[in-house]
Design a protein around this ligand. Sequence first.
Ligand code: MG
Length: 345
Amino acid sequence: MSFGIAGLPERVTIYEVGPRDGLQNEQARVPTAVKAEFVHRLVGAGLRVIEATSFVHPKWVPQLADAEELLGLLHGADGVRYPALVPNERGLERALTAGVDEIAILGSATESFAQRNLNRTVAESITMFAPVVERATAAGMRVRAYLSMCFGDPWEGPVPVDRAAQIGVRLLDLGCAELSLGDTIGVGTAGHVTAVIERLGDCGVGPDRLAVHFHDTYGQALANTLAALRCGINVVDASAGGVGGCPFAQSATGNLATEDLAWLLQGLGIETGVNLERLVETSLWMAAQLGRPSPSRVVQALRPSAALGREHLKWPAAGPRSKSQRAEPEEDEQELQPPSHQRDC
Ligand code: MG
């Protein structure tokens, strides 16, 4: 059963970041074939936009050193997009060579994070991105810009709304098609999210050019998502199973889990195209690969039910599912024990 709220979008695109943002923050180095299977399972669960990897230098992110090899293993599918993160012009060269047709760049709303993550001031980083976006768009690529630390920063504290909006506008003005507002350490709250989106609206940036990227450090990711939906945003980033942490926030639980997002949207009657059951199975499989339980609340809630039997699942969507729609759990999933703690990172 679903209960809608007036004024929310009828459909939301989930921008899946697990293979890139998730795995780059995992300590374990995942074999390329496992990554490819992860991506294909996500496609099988109905996700249509999956940020697959990054062309950052392997010295900085060794977890994603296999970008070209991974992309070579991925199957195309109708309507499926595989964007990749590109940090600079060298990264763009690699993306072009690999045949990528959609990239993302990563900017910062604060000087402290720009210095630590990009080794540049905010202004210098925008100057660095300008030729990347220009060349990418000239080559027919779609470019998304992330704006990290939109709401708060571990070194500078709360980020002024005007500052986040102004830097977001500068990134979009480079020629980016979309701006993803990143709450990198998960300190944002619903009113703050609304204020930033409204300020961007005052600057001429409508919700159709925005996405949101929340972390659940303080348990606010879904409340913040609902606030963004109320503002008209219909692209939401999430990581399957909540894979990945945040190296800049102590005790951060990492990205909003795709299952938790899908549960909210399904309960609101908002179309996503995602099969929650298959997604949970994918995350259980990935958790077994990583050797630790998924931090997703929805995965945790549904996992004991799966152990008891599929008839115990209580999906928020209308109507019971036929037996033929239910996939049997993988053998390794059956061996996975319920989590005893959240990952401390
Ligand atoms: Mg993230």
